[in-house]
Design a protein. Structure first.
Length: 156
């Protein structure tokens, strides 16, 4: 049986942030086809922490909605539940995006969580074909959760 350990850290106190139960359910939805044990940590961060991480790891100024940090287990090390990676989500940026794009806030949060998990699984959107594959999977997972296509701006 596959086991996924999901850790949620709230470093930023924001009343508009979904609770840990919802966040975990979205991670599990994104991991549904992943047939290995995995541990994922989601950290809800402030704009300041997001900006610092974004500059340190992506060399870009300012906060961003989500950063994914895949973990590669060193050769010869075995774990019962291997670390898949960490995800940092900036609550202020996600909430502002939802408002600016006229998106349902809960749907946008689900999309951001799923997007981050897919990055941990190796999906990317640098090349056009990779982007099409990743976006199609996001749309499918979100549809299964009852949410609309997140790439159509202004829909709930």
């Amino acid at each position: 049986m596959t086991r996924h350990k999901i850790i949620i850290q709230f470093a930023e106190d924001n009343q508009s942030t979904p609770n840990a139960v919802l966040l975990k359910s979205w991670v599990k939805s994104a991991l549904q086809s992943y047939k290995k044990n995995a541990q994922v940590t989601i950290r809800i961060v402030s704009s300041e922490e997001s900006a610092q991480l974004n500059e340190q790891y992506r060399h870009k100024k300012g906060p961003t909605n989500v950063l994914s940090f895949p973990y590669e287990l060193p050769d010869g090390i075995k774990m019962t539940t291997p670390l898949l990676g960490d995800i940092a989500i900036c609550a202020n940026v996600v909430n502002k995006e939802a408002e600016e794009q006229n998106k349902n806030q809960k749907a946008h949060w689900a999309h951001i969580v799923i997007h981050g998990v897919l990055h941990l699984l190796g999906y990317n959107h640098i090349e056009e074909q990779e982007a099409i594959e990743m976006e199609s999977l996001e749309i499918k997972i979100l549809h299964n959760l009852g949410f609309q296509n997140p790439y159509i701006i202004g829909e709930d």
